[in-house]
Design a protein around this ligand. Sequence first.
Ligand SMILES: Cc1cc2nc3c(=O)[nH]c(=O)nc-3n(C[C@H](O)[C@H](O)[C@H](O)COP(=O)(O)OP(=O)(O)OC[C@H]3O[C@@H](n4cnc5c(N)ncnc54)[C@H](O)[C@@H]3O)c2cc1C
Length: 371
Amino acid sequence: MDDCLIIGGGVVGLSLAWELAGCGLKVHVVERGQPGREASWAGAGILPAARRSPGGSPLEQLSALSRRLHAEWAERLSSETGIKTGFRVCGELHVARTAEAVARVEQEAREWEAADLCVERPTEAQVLKREPALAGVSGTTLQPSILSAAWLPEAAQIRNPRHLQALVLACRQRGVRLTSNAAVEDVATHDGKLKEVITTVGRFTAERFVLCAGAWTETLLARLGRPLPLKPIRGQMVLMKLPGQVLSCIVHEGPHYLVPRDDGRVLVGSTLEDVGFDKRTTDEAITELTMFAHSIVPALREAEIEQTWAGLRPGSALPNPLIGPLPNYENVLVAAGHFRWGLYLSPATAILLRQFMQGEKTEISLAEFQP
Ligand SMILES: Cc1cc2nc3c(=O)[nH]c(=O)nc-3n(C[C@H](O)[C@H](O)[C@H](O)COP(=O)(O)OP(=O)(O)OC[C@H]3O[C@@H](n4cnc5c(N)ncnc54)[C@H](O)[C@@H]3O)c2cc1C
């Protein structure tokens, strides 16, 4: 019998599978579609800066552990699979072009400083020196100047589709069984234990089960009689392409951002929409994102729009993701509700669950992440 059956082959499920298999466990991932093609593929791959000193809230500790692990995992995934995940420390700029946005950037900068993140407060001239492509934003009424900015040099990015491709291959190489096109439709329980999952391709059993079904986890939890406040939050994205790279760092303005890849592509995100399980893009959102990109980096007016898409974040009404054992069940765990930061938080989530499952003291207490 498998030691562990993971429902959902997104970044959270695959990271856990890789970690468990690395410790010699027999792992089976059951995925409704193809692994790594939902939110984890749709995301931007931003890995924010984390606090430098130990301590902080459990979420800050989870972030700091993940941020450290990403650099290490990128190396290990690349040496195991030959796939480069595109991990690089590129820094991020937060800029404000309106009085309202200034108040927000200043407030955020104070919070980041208090949380011991490395933050600088560049002048407009310093911003433009770092990113000359933003130069067009100054000097006309249509493109107001940068009134305030914060620079976080330690922020990084991964090319999430490549990270997922590497995880899938690395899992297979470690002997993880991956069953694709198998949706878990029901569960069979007995005496406080989950016995088997009933899927569209058959029934599977294991010693333990972990629910990692992203925005769809709520449906599974409801079948186990433990509904939790999780729901999908749609995010739309535009991928632009120029012949060469115009930006070097991630640029944020309010809810919008630009993530430059290293090949002339720029991701433009995103929206936060509570519209159920609807993954369609809308003309309004794509226009809004395109106009934002054109207004902040004028060179992007020449860019080709290569692709647009939407993904469903595993949204949660809770402040922290859910990581840990499901009450009333001896052998069921949950890793879900990572909302906007599942790519970022996935390595630490995997490590903590693996430590818990192996009876070790977890590096960060799971108390605040209890489902
Ligand atoms: C537009 C956008 C931008 C984002 N940007 C970032 C970012 O910059 N940085 C960051 O850290 N995060 C970002 N995120 C959030 C991040 O993508 C998610 O938090 C993360 O991908 C969640 O991973 P997951 O494995 O929980 O979910 P998913 O990737 O959705 O994986 C869940 C998997 O479970 C499968 N599944 C569902 N139901 C069943 C079932 N019944 N049976 C079998 N399988 C099932 C699904 O098919 C899916 O493959 C972004 C998200 C979006 C949409």
